[in-house]
Design a protein around this ligand. Structure first.
Ligand code: ATP
Length: 234
C-alpha cells in the first residue's frame, strides 16, 4: 500500500534518513524500532509531508505523494498520531474526538464511528465533557488514537504511543493496537519499546542512524540474536 524508495532527508545539511526503503502491505501492522535519534519521527513526518525530502519517493497505492501538501495526504487517508499526543487541552474530549473527522461529512457514519470509539476506549466515555488537558497521559494517548481513527485512515501512523506511560497503561495501549489490527486497519507503528512493538507487529524494520539496519517478519526479528543484543537490550 505504501512504498518508500531511497528516501533521503537532511536537516541543515546533516542526514536524518539515508536511503530508506520500506513497504507497508494493506491490512498489516508494521513496526519501526530503533534507538533515540535514529530518524523514526522524521520517517513519519516525511510520509505525512511535514518534512521535505532531498531524494527518493513515497508512494501510496502507486501515487507519488511528493506533490501533495500535508492536508492532501490526510485526505488520501494517511493519518499520523504524533508523539506526545498533541491533544487540544482546552477543548473537551468529545470535541477532540470529533476533530479527527474534520475531512468527513457529518452524519450517521461519523456518529457510528464516534460510538465505536467509546466502545474501544470506555475510559473516554466517562470523560466526554471534560477538558482534554485534565486527562491522564494514558487517557490522552487513547484520545489521540481515537481522534486519528475518526479520520477512517487507510494508514494509521503512531509515533511512540507508549512513551512515558505506566506499565499497566502501556499494556492497555498494546491491547488497543491488537484491536485495531483485528479491524484490518493498516498501521505503521514507531516505538522505542521494541520488544512489545515486535510482539504485536506482522513485520518490522530496525532504523539506526537513518539507515535500515534490519528488516523482516516481526517474529524473526524478535528471534534474531544480533537484533536482540543490539536493539532489544536482551
Ligand atoms: P526519538 O526517539 O528520540 O524521538 P527519532 O528516532 O524519532 O528519535 P528523529 O527525531 O527523527 O529520531 O531525529 C533524527 C535525527 O534528526 C536526530 O539526530 C535529530 O537530532 C535530528 N533532527 C530531528 N528533527 C530535527 C530538526 N527539526 N532540525 C534539525 N535536526 C533535527
Amino acid at each position: 500500500m505504501l512504498e518508500l524508495s531511497n528516501v533521503h532527508v537532511n536537516y541543515n545539511g546533516s542526514a536524518a534518513l539515508r536511503g530508506v526503503n520500506l513497504s507497508i502491505p494493506a491490512g498489516k501492522l508494521v513496526a519501526v524500532i530503533g534507538p533515540n535519534g535514529a530518524g523514526k519521527t522524521t520517517l513519519l513526518r516525511t510520509i505525512s509531508g511535514l518534512v521535505g525530502r532531498a531524494e527518493g519517493s513515497v508512494c501510496l497505492d502507486g501515487e507519488d505523494l511528493s506533490t501533495l501538501e500535508p492536508d492532501g495526504i490526510v485526505r488520501r487517508g494517511v493519518v499520523q498520531v504524533p508523539e506526545g499526543r498533541m491533544v487540544l487541552s482546552r477543548m473537551s474530549v468529545h470535541d477532540n474526538i470529533m476533530l479527527g473527522a474534520y475531512i468527513r461529512p457529518r452524519g450517521r457514519e461519523v456518529r457510528r464511528d464516534f460510538d465505536s470509539m467509546l466502545e474501544l476506549f470506555p475510559r473516554l466515555r466517562e470523560r466526554l465533557s471534560q477538558q482534554a488537558g485534565a486527562l491522564s497521559g494514558g487517557e490522552q494517548q487513547m484520545l489521540a488514537i481515537a481522534r486519528g481513527l475518526m479520520g477512517r485512515p487507510r494508514l494509521l501512523m503512531l509515533d511512540e504511543p507508549s512513551l512515558g506511560l505506566a506499565p499497566l497503561v502501556v499494556e492497555t495501549i498494546f491491547q488497543v493496537l491488537l484491536e485495531i489490527k483485528r479491524k484490518s486497519i493498516t498501521v505503521l507503528l514507531v516505538e522505542q519499546n521494541a520488544e512489545k512493538a515486535l510482539a504485536v507487529a506482522d513485520q518490522g524494520y530496525v532504523l539506526d542512524l537513518g539507515v535500515i539496519a534490519a528488516e523482516g517478519m516481526a517474529s524473526d526479528l524478535l528471534g534474531d540474536e544480533q537484533v536482540r543484543r543490539a536493539y532489544l537490550g536482551l
